[in-house]
Design a protein around this ligand. Structure first.
Ligand SMILES: Nc1ncnc2c1ncn2[C@@H]1O[C@H](COP(=O)(O)OP(=O)(O)O)[C@@H](O)[C@H]1O
Ligand SMILES: [Mg+2]
Length: 349
């Protein structure tokens, strides 16, 4: 079978599964493979024709019938959604942009960026996740090991004016592309010292990207990368651990962020919310801190919280989203994504 035909067939099987509410996990069990392999079948990236044959049977048709259905299905797709799933999602004219930042490392930025980007992609949106951290944790979590090797990061976009679209790489999640991270990013600030307008380059380069959402996962240092992301974003989300130390940090960080919505910088920028992570239900500490935060930050505090769970440490090495790896725990991010979409709707007006 030709590659394009295989991609069409994968997309068609994905659409059938979506329409019938069959999950990747269920199909994985049926085929005796893991969920990531089902995802690759959907992308037309698996050579084993048996899988397509078996899935056609699962959906009550022969492989030939499935191929026919796939080519009709492909012809009915709009160019924006061709080649991937056909969930009921309207695509935006220009991307919605969200920076995920905080004042230091270890505050669940990467976990939140990956999980929120993943939830948006699972709803059928086209999502680009920009990994700005030299540690590249989001990249090692999500990069499709069967896809092409990364050839650059935001470093090359800012430093060498490379078109970001050339650098995007597929992830293990359908509908989610990565601008991969690389340790070179940690030198960007130093390399760009004295370059006039360096902080505007990333936003300018990303302006022509076709996507529904662009999510920036920031490093722990508040340097040129975070500033560049804030310049290119409509919103910023601040994840925080639920600890007393984190609260005092936030008291300084939020006013600093608000300075960036200055008319001379990015007047469109809004703090979308503060997201409480690693919440331990039933503990007095978590309850106290949550009420202190609510008192001081009011509406800025997201209603939905992310509970503490050891599962978050496990899913990166399995290259899975929390919503697939531990669906019950993963509901937290599904709800947070709902709230994010609501808040975006409300502030867009
Ligand atoms: N809800 C959670 N419960 C338990 N551990 C978490 C949770 N969210 C994140 N972690 C863990 O906390 C550590 C720091 O999270 P990470 O997202 O990498 O932070 P950052 O990107 O801000 O440095 C990681 O080991 C991660 O697995
Ligand atoms: Mg990180």
């Amino acid at each position: 079978m030709e590659q394009t035909e295989q991609i069409e067939l994968g997309g068609y099987l994905n659409a059938l599964a979506t329409a019938r509410g069959v999950t990747q996990n269920e199909l994985g069990t049926y085929l005796g493979v893991d969920r990531a392999t089902v995802s690759r079948v959907y992308k037309g990236a698996v050579v084993k024709i048996d899988h397509y044959d078996a899935l056609a049977t699962y959906f009550g048709m022969t492989l030939e019938e499935a191929r026919e259905g796939a080519s009709k299905h492909a012809a009915s797709l709009t160019p924006a959604s061709a080649g991937r799933s056909v969930l009921e999602t309207s695509h935006y004219a220009s991307p919605r942009t969200l920076t995920i930042a905080s004042r230091k490392g270890g505050t669940c930025k990467t976990t939140s960026s990956v999980s929120i980007a993943g939830c948006l992609a699972q709803r059928g949106f086209d999502v680009v996740l920009v990994d700005l951290d030299g540690q590249a944790n989001a990249t090692s979590w999500l990069l499709d090991p069967e896809g092409p090797e990364p050839t650059g990061s935001a470093f090359e976009v800012v430093h060498d004016n490379v078109d970001p679209e050339e650098l995007f790489r597929p992830s293990v999640v359908d509908g989610l592309r990565l601008l991969p991270g690389h340790d070179r990013l940690d030198t960007l600030d130093r390399k760009m010292v004295g370059e006039w307008g360096a902080e505007k380059r990333l936003a300018r380069a990303m302006r022509n990207v076709r996507a529904d959402y662009i999510i920036y996962d920031c490093p722990g240092d508040f340097d040129l990368r975070t500033v560049s992301a804030l310049l290119g974003s409509r919103w910023v989300l601040v994840p925080t651990e639920v600890s007393s130390l984190a609260i005092s940090g936030l008291a300084q960080f939020i006013p600093k962020l608000l300075e960036f919505s200055d008319p001379d910088f990015n007047p469109n920028l809004e703090v979308l919310g503060v997201l409480m992570c690693r919440y331990q239900k039933g503990t007095i500490l978590s309850r106290d801190i949550s009420s202190t935060l609510n008192t001081h930050l009011g509406e800025l505090v997201m209603t939905r919280k992310i509970r503490e769970s050891v599962r978050y440490k496990e899913c990166p090495s399995h290259r899975e989203l929390i919503t697939d790896y531990a669906p019950k725990m993963g509901k937290d991010y599904v709800h947070v994504t709902d709230e994010i979409l609501d808040r975006m709707e409300r502030s867009n007006g």
